[in-house]
Design a protein around this ligand. Structure first.
Ligand code: WTA
Length: 659
């Protein structure tokens, strides 16, 4: 749970409505929101059918809206056919959008590249033709391990054009994580780059691909297409590796989009769960795209002249829905940024908003919190110093935003003129679920406010009964929605068990704790399972624990989250070594070694902030690790609970020392 929770519970401020935004909004005023919500509530299938007909271009119209015959494996528009890439690109070709800028790409070093919809369409067609000529077809799976780049958008869209299911792996994941995903998804094609550039540094990507594919199962990948980003040296596997610029040579600008079934898996995106390995969240084509487009209109109120900027990486769901699919389907102009918010200075975001006249800005609380710190320590980096008057709407995603950060964002970035959209959603939900609408919803700092039309969200107790306002419980969604997760790739049983446990009446269980207030507003309290949220990135405690115990020195490890003012949560690892308790320099040395190890096993985002060594871990007499106690120890809180059941109470002193 975030450190902001206590202040959340006493929050009473209300902001809005925002007349300037409401005047032209797609959904203007609470009455309009309620009317749409009620329409969806009365006749969900009729509502979604209307939206799907009005917003998507179908090659074969659907006649069935929702197939519930095999719950919870819901199928939406199951006899319809379309192509996602045609719905993002071709639909604009005969319109004035064709020659509008689709992407304003700003590189790490500040170089700006613009591409129009017509040019993007041509690039996607060329790559699709190249992939086709290598023998790939509908149903194959491709891993995309690319930096933030127009090429990443092109690669994902080219896969979608051919009905090849993509699985994007964030460039910060290690070769080991990449290998696991390649094998699990059964990839035969990998698209990567020589290196990525972030914060002035070049970080190798191709090398990680080489390492991943040298492991068992890696030989299934027939081709690696390599985008030359930096020109850094790479090893070359003749016959398997191909330069992107070589495969594109001579390819036609036209490639007919392949119509696929509405339920065809557009992508699989791995995310952490409370147990076991990361799960491959499978998304559909039609239902997913429909809601990407609808939320661009509803939540972001996208207009023809907007300059939209979502700062997420394409390796996360936010980048999928709000860079690659939603904005393009909506025909929007968007900014895409290669680098990091603090390079060359922590004013980079504010400079870019000013430079590109950004109107809608969407980022993560962790970025906001780190920029607050930077702005407060150096006036030159304060958003006040920049002309941010182009902004109309500002948003937040990925973790709870504490009211203090919300107020700072609202005051200093939005200048009290722009609604702050605190959007609650998940990799599994595909798109926004609970969020304010900029032209309608009065805002309360720290609350994601109300569910979107068609989303039947609720807070329930252990037995699936709705709880009273003001009482905490499990956040659930009672009815299926078109963009929902379809299954966990290769593990339908785990899908059922994780998200539709029988005691919850067949409701979708989000894994978050929440409560509603008397206005029906939702307040997210953080994860209720063993999933951590570090800088908006999901991490399973089990995942980090199993990486740690794979190290030859480690006998046992327990990982917990500790609230952190900047990153939301920080990873704290309690470790028992196979050698005597280390002290001083030796302990520091081993801690550094273990951190690097976890970085290599999972990726730098999983590196524990603190490591604490003990001769053993606090366990009950029946042998269970007392995690609740460890969470208190991690926060350096006084232990008031009875520890007499501990096998060895003395170790609490050992564990209070962090490295
Ligand atoms: C958390 C990111 C509070 C939540 C789109 C969820 C949030 C997990 C919010 C999903 C928010 C996301 N307020 N918590 N506005 N948005 N979360 O899959 O715990 O990376 O379950 O998707 O992030 O993270 P994921």
């Amino acid at each position: 749970m975030s450190s902001g929770i206590e202040s959340v519970l006493t929050e009473t401020r209300v902001f809005g409505p925002f007349e300037r935004v409401a005047a032209t909004a797609h959904i203007s005023g609470m009455d309009a929101y309620r009317a749409l919500y009620d329409e969806a509530d009365r006749d969900p299938e009729g509502f979604w059918a209307r939206q799907a007909r009005e917003n998507l271009i179908w090659d074969k119209p659907f006649t069935t809206v929702l197939d519930e015959s095999n719950k919870p494996f819901y199928r939406w528009f199951p006899d319809g056919e379309l192509n996602v890439s045609a719905n993002c690109l071709d639909r604009h070709l005969g319109t004035p959008v064709a020659d509008k800028t689709a992407i304003i790409f700003e590189a790490d070093d500040g170089e700006v590249t613009r591409i129009t919809y017509r040019e993007l369409h041509a690039r996607v067609c060329q790559l699709a033709n190249a992939i086709k000529s290598l023998g790939y077809q509908t149903g194959d799976r491709a891993i995309i391990y690319l930096p933030m780049s127009i090429e990443a958008v092109v690669a994902m869209q080219a896969c979608a054009r051919l009905g090849i299911t993509h699985s994007v792996v964030f460039g910060g994941f290690s070769s080991k994580s990449l290998h696991e995903r390649c094998v699990d998804v059964g990839a035969t094609l990998v698209i990567t780059a020589d290196e990525q550039r972030r914060g002035g540094r070049a970080i190798p990507l191709k090398r990680a691909v080489d390492e991943a594919l040298s492991q068992p199962g890696g030989e299934a990948v027939r081709h690696v297409i390599v985008y030359r980003r930096t020109g850094g040296a790479v090893d070359w596997n003749e016959g398997r590796d191909l330069w992107l610029h070589d495969v594109l040579e001579g390819q036609s600008n036209e490639c007919a989009p392949v119509p696929v079934n509405a339920e065809h898996p557009l992508f699989i995106l791995y995310t952490s769960g409370s147990t076991g390995k990361p799960k491959g969240v499978q998304h559909s084509s039609a239902g997913y795209l429909l809601m990407c487009l609808l939320t661009m209109k509803w939540t972001f109120d996208i207009k023809n002249d907007d300059i939209f900027w979502c700062t997420a990486d394409v390796g996360w769901v936010t980048g999928h829905s709000y860079i690659v699919y939603g904005p393009l389907a909506a025909g929007a102009t968007q900014i895409m940024f290669e680098g990091v918010p603090t390079y060359p200075t922590p004013a980079r975001f504010w400079e870019m908003i000013q430079r590109h006249q950004c109107t809608i800005f969407y980022t993560a609380p962790t970025a906001i919190r780190s920029l607050i710190k930077a702005a407060e320590s150096n006036e030159e980096h304060h958003p006040r110093k920049f002309d941010l008057t182009s902004l109309r709407i500002i948003g937040s995603v990925g973790e709870p935003i504490n009211p203090e950060a919300w107020m700072w964002y609202f005051t200093n970035v939005g200048r009290e003129r722009c609604p702050v959209l605190d959007t609650w959603w998940q990799t599994e939900t595909g798109v926004h679920m609970i969020t304010p609408l900029p032209g309608a919803t009065p805002l309360k700092p720290g609350s994601c406010t109300l569910p979107l039309p068609g989303i039947d969200a609720a807070v329930v107790d252990e037995s699936g009964r709705e709880v009273e306002p003001g009482r905490g419980g499990f956040l659930v969604v009672k009815r299926p929605w078109p963009a929902m997760i379809r299954t966990i790739w290769g593990d339908p049983e785990r899908f059922k068990k994780s998200y539709f446990p029988p005691e919850h009446n067949g409701y979708y269980l989000a894994g978050d704790g929440a409560q509603r207030d008397t206005d029906g507003y939702f307040w997210i309290m953080g994860r209720i399972d063993d999933v951590l949220n570090v800088s908006g990135h999901r991490l399973g405690t089990m995942e980090v624990e199993s990486a740690m115990v794979a190290h030859p020195l480690v006998a046992e490890a327990a990982v917990v989250g500790r609230p952190d003012a900047t990153t939301g949560e920080a990873v704290v690892a309690f470790v028992v070594l196979k050698r005597p308790l280390p002290q001083g320099d030796e302990a520091n040395e081993i801690a550094r070694e273990l951190r690097d190890w976890v970085g290599r096993e999972i990726g730098p985002i999983a590196k524990p902030r603190e490591i604490r060594f003990g001769e053993n871990l606090p366990k009950t007499r029946s042998g269970k690790i007392m995690r609740r106690l460890l969470r208190l120890v991690a926060q350096d809180q006084p232990i008031t609970q009875d520890v007499s059941t501990l096998e060895n109470p003395a170790i609490l002193t050992q564990l209070s020392q962090s490295y």
